[in-house]
Design a protein around this ligand. Sequence first.
Ligand code: PLP
Length: 453
Amino acid sequence: ALPEGRPMPPTAPTGAAPTGAALDDAVLEADHRHVLHSWSAQAHLPSFVVAGGAGSRVWDHAGTTWLDFSSQLVNTNIGHQHPAVVAAIKEQADLLTTVSPATANRTRGRAAERVLARAPEGFAKVFFTNGGADANENAVRMARLHTGRDKVISAYRSYHGNTGAAVVATGDWRRVPNEYARGHVHAFGPYLYRSEFWATTEAEECARALHHLERVVQCEGPTSVAAVLLETIPGTAGVLVPPPGYLAGVREICDRYGIVLILDEVMAGFGRTGSWFAFEAHDVVPDLITFAKGVNSGYVPAGGVLVSEAIAATFDERVFPGGLTYSGHPLAMAAIVAALDAMAAEGVVENAARVGRDVLGPGLAALADENPLVGEVRGTGVFWAVELVADQDTREPLDAASVARIKALCLERGVLPFVAENRVHVVPPCVVTDDEAREGLAVLAGVLRDVAA
Ligand code: PLP
């Protein structure tokens, strides 16, 4: 019974509950009426319902299915509804569903152990967060406390999350209302296709981008720079795989000036590039690694910072002032343990490497050869971008209306793409099969052919 004086709840609607397409309509109606959506004008929200999923596919209530070439926000590395991960979450839910970060908990310890097992030698601890933005937030704070310096240099073409320091470190349009924050400096990273340095080869682009970064450090005053914060492979900004030697060169600059190197592996980490961490292919070891997304495929929000021994030691006798009520949440931790165990047992990372090498890489290269809208394809593993242009010679980006049409046609033909600016990102789950990868590529190729015509 309701306590006296409280109004009665609204009467439940009578009649049969909607099903199928009618349920999709009802879901959309409630969503558009009540939810304030991220990164959207609320008057122009997409009409897309996801009711369920399994592996590399999702579906709505009417039974329409899509091949998920987006992994949602590039996080569902192990695919949708992996039974072992779902079971582990249920099992943990029966045991304990919340615990303060100030206590010790078996599942959290296990999760930290699993994450550390994937880190290079010399990493000591994990600081857990609820996602990627707060991982970067806390990594920046660790770097500042460790060095006693203030400034953070990040790349113009980057995305680091949508909270205070993380969004200011971000190089795209989302940082702009927060520009007043102090201590953040941006530099250009390598991007040969649209070189800021007038370079014509990878080697030139690499050398000039490194020279530029070192000049920024020198001009800012090396003793004021706490950290260089970079995505190992800038993801949302276009899957900008750095040229060989670039990250090793950044490491050298950081060492020369006593700067902490933070690599953001939130999108690139835990299998997406075909290795556990993307930096493994770049001959570099950072001081701090931030992660989220693929660590448990987003089944329960989780992220964190992998901390080197030297930086961890800073906080042996000194309080680290970071902390979140839900740091190391038991359900998220259970999902990490189960996801990482299943990925190892099932060769999920190896699968991502193989599908990238045998199917996506060659398929996208063929697409670039045949279609006049494709300016460049870049990527590795299950982490690719197709950059679309109006003109291959001038490299003028394809207009927004044509990109929107490409997205709509992909959806109509059963593929859910990840579209950013003038690019289609091909980022299926790491468990995608060869046949699914071919199926998605065939749809994308057909759509681009039709739009080009
Ligand atoms: N860093 C990178 C590289 C990302 O791609 C993202 C999200 O897309 C973030 C950080 C932010 O992560 P979250 O949305 O979990 O806060």
